[in-house]
Structure formats: C-alpha cells, structure tokens
Write a protein that binds this ligand. Structure first.
Ligand code: URA
Length: 212
C-alpha cells in the first residue's frame, strides 16, 4: 500500500488542536473539516481528468475537467461523516455512498450494519474516509467490500493512523494487485490495550458527535 503522511505546517497545526482534550465539539468538527480538505488536496493527486477546452475572454485555452464516471466518496459511518464535507468541497461532482460499520469493542472486529452504494463500482475511483486507522479491521473490511463491488482504485483518507493498522491493510491486500493508497495527517506510535491510538485524539465519533 502506498502511504502518504502529509507533512505540512498547517496540517500539523490543525491536528495538534484536534488532539487537545480541551477542544470542544464545534471546534473539533471545524478543524476536522479543514484538515480533510488539506488531505483531500493530496489524496486527489491521481484523480482522473479528461482534456477540455474553454474560451477565455482573450483566447481559446486547453485544460482538463474531472472524467466520468465521477469519483465516489464513501464515509464509514459514523465518524467518517465528519470528513464528508471536506471531501465534497474539493470534489463537488463526486457521488457519495455510505457504509455503516461498527467495531465490536470486545473482539475489535468490524461488522457492517448499513450500506448504500452503487451495485457496480467497476472503473470508479473511490475515496473512503474514516478518521482513525487503528487496528485496520474496519477499513480492511470496507475496502474488501468496495473491491467485491468492482472498485479497482481505492484511496483511504484518515486523520490519524497507527502502525498496526497499516500493517493490517498491507497484509490483507498483499498480492491483490489492486492499487490502494492511504493519505493521513500523522502516523502515531501504537495502539493501547483498548485499541485506541496513542497519543491519538480519543474517540473521533464521540468527539465529533457526542457520546450517543
Ligand atoms: N477509533 C477512535 O475513534 N479512536 C481511536 O483511537 C481508535 C479507534
């Protein structure tokens, strides 16, 4: 898997504020949204475009526009919703599919509880968004789901990643021959005994939406 840790002072600044236990939920949402837009800029470096010409007030100009079929953005519910707007701001014509996955806190295994995605994803570029790549179980299950529907190009955007999660994805998809990219704001130290990223930022879903 190709992993990009975006090294930029604005990313580091916003991430530090996100980590802060004293950052309240409205500020956390705003920062997550801003951070995603910065990550999305890097994550869309390979987005497919076709040649397109326009007339400027002065002369014809050759350029490009996003190719059909448009990219698909897939937030993993619930915490991935906090990353959706940051993505669609940069990719306004993207379609959005939803994947509801929950981690069983005793086994740390991912279970799918909701899906709203096109049946056929062949030829689609898919951007799957989930703030925390911890054990990697949820993201691996999500990516497998997308591959099973025909996707051949998946980029995952996570605010934070743990080495264990990256290793899990590398193992899960070694030899599939399908390109997978991961774009993240930081690679943290490790997971603790409860599966939380250290130092991390806590439970991203709770910090975005409250403990419900
Ligand atoms: N999910 C979270 O929200 N936080 C973690 O640290 C790990 C998984």
């Amino acid at each position: 898997m190709e992993t990009l840790v975006v090294d930029h002072p604005l990313v580091a600044h916003k991430l530090t504020a996100l980590r802060d236990v004293n950052t309240d939920s409205p500020t956390f949402r705003r920062l997550a949204d801003e951070l995603v837009t910065l990550l999305a800029y890097e994550a869309t470096r390979h987005v497919r475009v076709t040649e397109w010409s326009v007339e400027t007030p002065v002369a014809p100009a050759r350029g490009v526009r996003l190719a059909h079929p448009y990219p698909l953005v897939v937030p993993i519910l619930r915490a991935g919703l906090g990353m959706l707007e940051g993505m669609t701001r940069l990719l306004p014509t993207a379609e959005v599919g939803f994947l509801g996955m929950i981690r069983d806190e005793s086994t740390l295994e991912a279970e799918t509880y909701a899906t709203r995605l096109p049946d056929d994803l062949s030829g689609r570029q898919v951007y799957v968004v989930d703030p925390m790549l911890a054990t990697g179980g949820t993201l691996a299950a999500a990516i497998k789901f997308l591959f099973d529907r025909g996707a051949d190009d998946v980029t995952a955007l996570c605010l934070l990643a743990a080495p264990e999660g990256i290793a899990h994805l590398d193992d899960a998809f070694a030899g599939t021959g399908k390109p997978i990219r991961l774009v993240t704001a930081a690679l943290d130290e490790r997971l603790n005994e409860n599966g939380y990223i250290v130092p991390g930022l806590g439970d991203a879903g709770d910090r975005l939406y409250g403990v419900v």
